[in-house]
Design a binder for this molecule. Structure first.
Ligand SMILES: Nc1ncnc2c1ncn2[C@@H]1O[C@H](COP(=O)(O)OP(=O)(O)OP(=O)(O)O)[C@@H](O)[C@H]1O
Length: 320
């Protein structure tokens, strides 16, 4: 079993917040739609103050998990706490401190932005119109048009601006940038970092865009078919795998390649004639020593890093 699967299964390497209180704590959560089990024993902690990327391919269960965290979907078993509030019994208290942006945002779209702000201000105990105005200005959203005439991207931008208005301690975003163009996406992500994360708030966002997670997240979790296959600091994942390349003097026999595959830390082998590429994890220095001690001369041995994208893609495909 690989290192990450054991961490997830045993829960012995969960990230901790500096205060000890995680912003989100999920314990053995199971969610079913009818007879179909969507989330299968999810356990996860999101440290306070982190920017947490929640990755998964289409249909892996990201929205189901987020709906459960917000109290819109009842767990079948297990439990979850958001900012210390139980998601089943303390929903209204919890929602006062959480901002939420979904992939499909619904507003009273016959209103203009100032009218929507007035409505939101009435609904929330604390409301920071200056913060909203700053965000609206960054996106250059028109104030005098009815929201029903906005594009999907503009509605996403507006949803983020409004979510920031009640100064939430935690922002939960369900694929917030899917409908944004590259320019708007960059503004959106920068704004998240500047206005939310730098103020010590927590951001939990789902995505299937690896580059977006790489650009802003400090923690990542990957969901595959309703199960968590990894959750860790992004830097750990980045350093996790290495590629070892070398060339034999003569083309190696199939038995030699099989033996290489059994060496500790070797995850995958590709061979083309005399050239071999190993994907390795763990103590790669020890692996290199073992390779050099084998009874074959190896040439041009080189260790390189594996891109974060390649590592995460393996998890997303469920190959780990
Ligand atoms: N209301 C529902 N009733 C029954 N099954 C549902 C319902 N909503 C979602 N599902 C199923 O639950 C699974 C997980 O869906 P979910 O929307 O959580 O995935 P996701 O990871 O958010 O996907 P995407 O990236 O496409 O938004 C899918 O197989 C989906 O078909």
């Amino acid at each position: 079993m690989n290192d990450y699967a054991s961490r997830t299964r045993n829960g012995d390497a969960r990230p901790q917040s500096p205060t000890g209180q995680a912003a989100i704590e999920i314990e053995n959560l199971t969610v079913s739609y009818g007879r179909h089990q969507i989330l299968k024993g999810l356990s996860l902690e999101v440290p306070t103050g982190s920017i947490f990327g929640f990755l998964g391919v289409n249909g892996s269960g990201k929205t189901a998990a987020i709906k459960t965290l917000l109290g819109f979907q009842r767990p079948t078993s297990g439990r979850a706490r958001v900012l210390g509030y139980d998601v089943v019994n303390q929903q209204s208290e919890m929602r006062m401190h959480v901002g939420y942006v979904s992939e499909t945002n619904s507003f009273y779209d016959f209103l203009t932005i100032p009218q929507l702000c007035a409505l939101s201000r009435d609904l929330h105990q604390r409301w920071d119109q200056e913060a909203v105005d700053r965000s609206l200005k960054l996106f250059e959203l028109p104030l005098n048009r009815h929201v029903k005439h906005f594009s999907k991207g503009m509605k996403s931008q507006l949803a983020l601006c409004l979510a920031l208005g009640h100064d939430p301690d935690l922002l939960i975003l369900d694929e917030p940038t899917t409908v944004l163009d590259p320019v708007a996406r960059q503004v959106f992500l920068k704004m998240l970092i500047k206005q939310v994360a730098m103020a010590g708030k927590t951001v939990f966002f789902s995505s299937h865009i690896i580059s977006e997670v790489e650009a802003i997240a400090d923690h990542v979790a990957v969901l595959h078919a309703g199960r968590l296959v990894i959750h860790d600091e992004l830097d750990h994942v980045r350093d996790w795998q290495k590629q070892v390349r070398f060339t034999y003097i003569e083309e190696p026999l199939a038995e030699e390649i099989e033996r290489l595959g059994r060496l500790p830390g070797v995850r995958r082998i590709e061979q083309e004639g005399r050239a071999v590429r190993l994907r390795a994890e763990g103590n790669v220095d020890a692996l290199v020593e073992t390779l050099q001690a084998r009874p074959y001369e190896l040439r041009n041995l080189e260790v390189t890093t594996v891109s974060l994208e390649d590592v995460l893609l393996e998890f997303l495909r469920g190959e780990v």
